[in-house]
Design a protein around this ligand. Structure first.
Ligand SMILES: [Zn+2]
Length: 182
């Protein structure tokens, strides 16, 4: 999945579900979601090295040692959310290096002349995964999906902060309104 989606969705989930959570946890730890994808630059053929639960726990453990327990759980959440988002084909090797296979799910509901429901799951060996990576050879870093999410968030933020924005654009007009109220 694309880097921005890896970051935006879990950050918004935390902001939405835990509004009282100190924002510094949410934002300072956010780059961890990108750290997991760096394994591709170490081993070009597969994403097993960092894309597994052992690495995620190890990472969260290090964060716990240098920060605190809350930071540990946020790191864990970011790591696991990354793994879940990567579950689409060719999947994630959750238990690497103990179990060297990736798990994936594919699911689709399509309609042509009739409805097609497709749900399947399976595993790939390191070799199969490497073969897929070589055949495909494409990593998408930014697409219209991310652009549209940004667009939507932008529109909502403009609506929410419209008064402050108008205040900045027409400072004099708003000054009068405030003074006339008094
Ligand atoms: Zn990934």
């Amino acid at each position: 999945m694309e880097p921005f989606i890896h970051a935006i969705i879990p950050a918004l989930i935390l902001l939405g579900i835990f509004p009282k959570l100190d924002k510094k946890y949410i934002f300072f730890l956010l780059p961890l979601v990108w750290l997991l994808d760096l394994d591709l630059y170490i081993l070009e053929t597969h994403r097993f090295l960092f894309h597994n639960l052992i690495f995620v726990f190890l990472l969260a453990g290090i964060i716990y040692l240098i920060w605190d327990k809350k930071a540990f759980f946020i790191s864990l959440f970011y790591g696991i959310s990354h793994l879940i988002f990567d579950l689409g084909y060719p999947g994630v090797a959750f238990f690497y290096p103990l179990y060297q296979k990736s798990f994936f799910i594919t699911t689709k509901i399509q309609r042509t002349t009739e409805w097609i429901l497709d749900f399947s799951f399976g595993t790939l060996s390191t070799e199969e995964y490497a073969q897929f990576a070589m055949d495909e050879g494409i990593s998408t870093y930014f697409s219209e999906q991310v652009l549209l999410i940004f667009l939507l968030i932008g529109i909502i933020l403009i609506i929410k902060y419209r008064k402050i924005l108008l205040h900045k654009v027409f400072p004099k007009k708003f000054k009068n309104i405030h003074s006339s109220k008094k």
